[in-house]
Structures are given as structure tokens and as C-alpha cells.
Ligand binder design. Structure first.
Ligand code: ATP
Ligand code: MG
Length: 649
């Protein structure tokens, strides 16, 4: 891409945090300014200070950073342990505090204190050691969202094993690919998990996946659903039997700062998933610090991030960030609309949730379901809201603000990636004046910029590439087993900077606005348009619930715009021929004739990854009449593609 992205959307609404929020915030303006300055003038000193204050070390490091672009090592010579930081260090003061609140899809509830979680993790660590799991061995975790999944992750970190969590909704093929890529020795799974009232046959998937995996020696099974499963006696072990006589005494291993922590595969939105490798100390530091700054965690808070542990959000902001901060983290096993669309709000009411972190895809689904589901519940415990995963359209932001936040809660729109390990660009809730649709500013220590092809900053209001110019502690270390792919994907496109793959602009006040994937940018009559802006304009129409915009070849314009549109109600479809025209004109009026879609296609749903992101690359194939190409292993529902093809005009 050799030109700049034309940005057409302009947001004027601003929201300041209330005085009450400001007064109690973990990070205040003076401290924020000091941190920004410190990071600029004494980069290593900045990270030293954070590492001294926020992490327990068995042994202090000798060197803060070794930077050999694109490879970084942080806190060299230091020794720490993540499980120790998440559990042992809280026992003195918080042993009876709830660490986890677990809600099963069928209404069960378990509350687990820090002391209990510590005991369970020690017990399971000993069991893994007894099985012969060694430092740096890889353990795949393929589980429903139950406490044993968190216990498994923490036990791995305790003994220095490397975990790779595979989302429990993935197929046996996706599971086998990940097991083979990570060369896992052990798989931890469950007999089944509940999803929308059905039992997901996890163990059966493991059995079938393992037919084409040779590295796995043992399979550990948690009993969850008690459905009938086959046991291979020489390979399979029940979790409860294995841990029954395990000792509660387990000393956390003193691990090197750069000890490998986990491999996690990206969502597959733009192509074949990449196995992202994170290491111990730097990752722990940044997830801990950002939990404190961005989520403003207090000892009294009940915090709920709705992500599954199969995604990086579940790693960093369900498990490691909150537990390292000594917080109470709620996990819910089931679907947001099971048994009905009130489920999330009921959980918030019952558990008096204070901080709620979810994804735009969920927010748009709740908008479509209607506010009557929300009105039934008391959401007054909420004090802070967060969003992650995709750009949040201003319309969805406003809806979230008004209906869930009751106009009182700051919203943190957090930009980050599997690769970045933790949040890099986000409002700070007690400081930042927010604008709908903007992730606002890079956090202290993060040197983000919007640049052109040559790596030079672009002027305000102009789109470009989002890059990070200096290393940060929780950056990925490599693509597992493929240093060259790491270099090519992230470090070749823009000289001297980490290239995130996303387009962005800074507005005239310096606010960062994410414009979607650079690969999704559309070139119409010589202008590069961001999909996100056209989609946002469509979503601002009262009939539209969700939209995805892609380009297809056009003789005159180069590329033309095709918009796939999901309507809020089926009735709206009766007016479809007229509505299509109306929507085209709506976009032309809102952001200009250049962005007017050539085609509008109504659909019941959009192709999404299992983490809820729109897969525009598949829509691009459909709009240009091509066969579906590329990786579809992380697609949520393949029948969506078939239906879209049937509807082809
Ligand atoms: P793949 O890399 O395999 O294509 P993916 O990029 O969807 O998959 P993730 O690491 O889960 O995998 O997602 C990170 C991406 O999500 C970011 O690069 C960005 O495009 C998008 N994203 C996350 N948070 C935000 C946000 N607050 N605003 C805009 N975009 C966001
Ligand atoms: Mg990505």
C-alpha cells in the first residue's frame, strides 16, 4: 500500500470521567504525566520502577533489556514465578478473599478463595510432576470454562511447563493442528462441556485428534458432564483420581524471566493462525500493571471479563492480570443468550459486578436483542466498562454507555493483540476524556505511532499503519518454531518498528482511532477507505444491527464496495429493495458519496471467528464471485458461508 487511507468519519462527542471516579482512580493525572515523562527520558528506568513495585522476584535481574531487533529479552538474570505472584503472595492478607466466582451454564455456582485456589494448584502441580511433566514441556488445555481450566494454567506456570490453551469450541482438526505445532506431551480436557444446553463432546474430539498426533503421552480428564466416554487405560487419567492423594505442599519453581510461558494461536481473522510465544516476567508485569491502570482494580471490586480462556483476553484479563492483582474474577461457562438474552445482566445483578469487560460483537448482539432484556435487571453495581476485540462503532459505544453504563461508567476501549500480550492503547478511566470509537492514547511506556509506508508519521485525520516503535515487556518473543515468520509478519513492512497489521488515524486532538485491518482496506477511485468507517455509518442507521464492508473488482473504480448487512428485525427486510437504496444514501450523506456502497446484501448473520470477529476475507471471496480460499478452521459456523452463497444475486 503506497498511499494513505482516507478517513471520512469524524467524532465530536466527548465524555469526561466524573469527579467521583477521578478522586478514587488508581492512576491520577500527576502520576500519569510523571510516568509518560519517565518513559521518554529514562526508558529502562521506567520499566525498572514498574518491575520493582508490581512483581515478586525470587532474584532480581541484572539487565533490564537486551534488544536485538526483532528479538527482545527482559529482566535478564531475574527469577520469578507467575503462580507465586498470582497465589502465594496474596495468602498472608487475602487467603479468604474470593479469587474466582464460577457460574455454570446450568446455574451452578462455585466460589473459590485464594487459599483454596492455592491448594488446588499445588495439588495439581504435584500430579503433573508425578506424571513426569518437566520444565518447558508443552501442555495443551482443551476445556470448558470451569475452575479446573484456570487451575491447570496456573499449575503449568508453577512447574515451568508451557501451556497452550485451545478454545473448547474448536473442532478436532483445529485441535490436532495446534497439538502438532506445539508438540504437546499432555492434553488436559473434560468429559464434556455445556453450551446452550447441549453437551460438547470434548474428550471424543481429543480421541479423534490424537489419531494424528504422536507427541501426546497422557490425557487428563476432568469430570464435568458425566456423559459416557471411552477411556484408554494406558493413556487416559481422571483428574480427580490423579489428584486424590496429591500433596498440598508444592514450592513454585524459580524460573528465569525469559522462561517460556505459553503458546497461543491468534484468532485467524486474517489468515492461518500464528502460534504466539510469550515468556514469564515481562508478560506478568504488563498484565498486572495494565489491570491496575486500565481497569482501576480495587480490593473490593468484583470483576468480570466475558472472554473465554481460549483467547488472549482470557489469559491476560481473566486469569493472570486479575489474580496477580489479588482481585475477584468471575468466570461464566455458557453462552450470553442462554437461556435468554437476560443472562449477562442477571449475572451482573446477582454478583454485584463492578467492572465489566466484553467485546463489540456481544454489544451489537445485545443491541439487536433489545433493551427490554436489560431493563429487568439492576445494573447499578457497575462502575467501569471495557471493550476489546474489534473497533467498537460509535453507535455501539453510545448504546453501551447509555444502557449498560447508565451514562455513569467510563468506557475503556482497549486496543491490543495476542502478540502484544496486554493492552497498549486505551483510555485511563480516571484521566482520559473519551470519544466514542477511539481507543484514545498509548499507555505510558508504549511508543505507538501512525505512519506511512516509509515509517514517517502521517498528518492528523489521515489514515496509516499502526506501529510500535520501542519494545515493551509483554511483546511476543517469536512465532513458535518460526523466527522467520515472526520477522516477516511484524518487522519487515515498516522499517525499525513493530507493525501491528491494523490501520489507524490520529484525529486533530491526537486521539488514536482504529480503522480495521490494513488488509481489508478498499481502494475506490484512487481513495483508500477503511471498512470500519463505512460499517459504522451503516450501523448508525436505526434498522441495521451489524455490517461488514468489503471491496470487489470494478472496471472503472478499481474496486467497488459491497456491504453485507444484518438487520435488527426480519420485518425490516420486507422493505428491502427500498431499504437498500436508503442505506446507500445514508452512507453517502453521512460520510460522503465516495463511500457509497455499490451493493447492499442483506443476510441473517456474518461469518465470524470463534472469538467473534468478522472474517471479511471470506466475504471478499463471495463478493467477487470466487471460491472460498484460505484457512477456515477458526470460523464459527461454516453454514453462514453456504447461506451467503445461496443468496447470491
Ligand atoms: P489473526 O492475527 O490470526 O488474523 P486476530 O488478529 O483477529 O487474528 P487477535 O490477536 O485475537 O487475533 O486480535 C487482535 C486484533 O483485534 C487487533 O489486531 C485488532 O485488529 C483487533 N482489535 C482488538 N482490540 C481492538 C480495539 N479496541 N479496537 C480496534 N481493533 C481491535
Ligand atoms: Mg492479528
Amino acid at each position: 500500500m503506497d498511499e494513505n487511507i482516507t478517513s471520512v468519519l469524524s467524532e465530536k462527542r466527548t465524555f469526561s470521567p466524573s469527579n467521583d471516579f477521578v478522586k478514587q482512580a488508581n492512576l491520577n493525572k500527576a502520576e500519569y504525566e510523571r510516568l509518560i515523562l519517565k518513559a521518554k527520558t529514562d526508558f529502562e528506568g521506567f520499566w525498572t520502577e514498574l518491575a520493582e513495585k508490581n512483581i515478586f522476584w525470587f532474584k532480581k535481574w541484572e539487565k533490564v533489556l537486551e534488544w536485538n531487533e526483532p528479538f527482545s529479552k527482559w529482566f535478564i538474570g531475574g527469577k520469578t514465578n507467575i503462580s507465586y505472584n498470582c497465589l502465594d503472595r496474596h495468602l498472608e492478607k487475602k487467603s479468604d478473599k474470593k479469587a474466582l466466582i464460577w457460574i455454570g451454564e446450568n446455574g451452578e455456582k462455585r466460589e473459590i478463595t485464594y487459599k483454596e485456589l492455592f491448594n488446588e494448584v499445588c495439588r495439581f502441580s504435584n500430579a503433573l510432576l508425578k506424571l513426569g511433566v518437566k520444565e518447558s514441556d508443552c501442555v495443551v488445555i482443551y476445556m470448558p470454562l470451569i475452575p479446573e481450566a484456570v487451575i491447570s494454567m496456573l499449575a503449568c506456570t508453577r512447574i515451568g511447563a508451557v501451556h497452550s490453551v485451545v478454545f473448547g469450541g474448536f473442532s478436532k482438526e483445529a485441535l490436532a493442528d495446534r497439538i502438532n505445532d506445539s508438540k504437546a506431551k499432555v492434553v488436559i480436557t473434560a468429559d464434556g462441556g455445556y453450551r446452550r444446553g447441549q453437551v460438547v463432546p470434548l474428550k471424543l474430539n481429543v480421541d479423534e485428534a490424537l489419531q494424528r498426533c504422536s507427541s501426546v503421552e497422557k490425557v487428563i480428564i476432568v469430570q464435568r458432564t458425566k456423559n459416557k466416554i471411552e477411556i484408554k487405560p494406558e493413556r487416559d487419567l481422571w483428574y480427580h483420581e490423579l489428584t486424590a492423594d496429591s500433596s498440598l505442599e508444592n514450592k513454585a519453581k524459580e524460573l528465569d524471566s525469559e522462561h517460556p510461558l505459553f503458546i497461543l494461536y491468534t484468532s485467524g481473522t486474517t489468515g492461518k493462525p500464528k502460534g504466539i510465544l510469550h515468556t514469564t516476567a515481562g508478560y506478568l508485569l504488563w498484565t498486572t500493571v495494565t489491570t491496575k491502570w486500565v481497569f482501576d482494580i480495587k480490593d473490593s471490586d468484583v470483576y468480570w471479563c466475558t472472554a473465554d480462556i481460549g483467547w488472549v483476553t482470557g489469559h491476560s484479563y481473566v486469569v493472570y492480570g486479575p489474580l496477580s492483582s489479588g482481585a475477584t474474577s468471575l468466570i461464566y461457562e455458557g453462552a450470553p443468550n442462554y437461556p435468554d438474552w437476560g443472562r449477562f445482566w442477571e449475572i451482573i445483578q446477582e454478583n454485584k459486578i463492578n467492572i465489566f469487560y466484553t467485546a463489540p460483537t456481544a454489544i451489537r448482539a445485545f443491541m439487536k436483542a433489545g433493551v427490554e432484556w436489560i431493563k429487568k435487571y439492576d445494573l447499578s453495581s457497575l462502575r467501569l466498562l471495557g471493550s476489546v476485540g474489534e473497533p467498537i462503532n460509535p453507535e455501539a459505544w453510545m448504546w453501551y454507555h447509555e444502557n449498560i453504563g447508565r451514562k455513569k461508567c467510563p468506557i475503556v476501549d482497549t486496543w491490543w493483540q495476542t502478540e502484544t500480550g496486554g493492552i497498549l492503547i486505551s483510555p485511563l478511566p480516571g484521566i482520559t476524556v473519551t470519544k466514542p470509537g477511539s481507543a484514545t492514547f498509548p499507555l505510558p511506556g508504549i511508543f505507538a505511532e501512525v505512519v506511512n509506508q516509509d515509517g514517517n508519521p502521517v498528518p492528523p485525520e489521515q489514515g496509516g499503519f499502526l506501529v510500535i516503535k520501542k519494545p515493551w515487556t509483554s511483546m511476543l518473543r517469536t512465532v513458535y518454531g518460526d523466527d522467520e515468520r515472526y520477522r516477516q509478519t511484524y518487522w519487515k513492512r515498516i522499517k525499525g518498528a513493530y507493525f501491528a497489521g491494523d490501520g489507524a488515524k490520529k484525529d486533530s486532538d491526537g486521539y488514536f482511532c482504529l480503522l480495521g485491518r490494513v488488509d481489508d482496506v478498499i481502494k475506490v477511485s484512487g481513495h483508500l477507505l477503511s471498512t470500519m468507517e463505512v460499517e459504522s455509518s451503516l450501523v448508525s442507521h436505526p434498522f441495521v444491527a451489524e455490517a461488514a464492508v468489503v471491496g470487489y473488482p470494478h472496471d472503472i473504480k478499481g474496486e467497488a464496495l459491497c456491504a453485507f448487512v444484518v438487520l435488527k428485525t426480519v420485518e425490516a427486510l420486507h422493505a428491502a429493495p427500498l431499504l437498500a437504496e436508503e442505506l446507500k444514501n445514508h452512507v453517502a450523506k453521512e460520510i460522503g458519496p465516495i463511500a457509497k456502497p455499490d451493493q447492499i446484501r442483506f443476510t441473517e448473520s456474518l461469518p465470524k471467528t470463534r472469538s467473534g470477529k468478522i472474517m471479511r476475507r471470506l466475504l471478499r471471496d463471495i463478493a467477487s464471485g470466487k471460491q472460498t480460499t484460505g484457512d477456515t478452521t477458526t470460523l464459527e459456523d461454516i453454514s453462514v458461508i453456504e447461506k451467503l452463497r445461496e443468496n447470491e444475486l
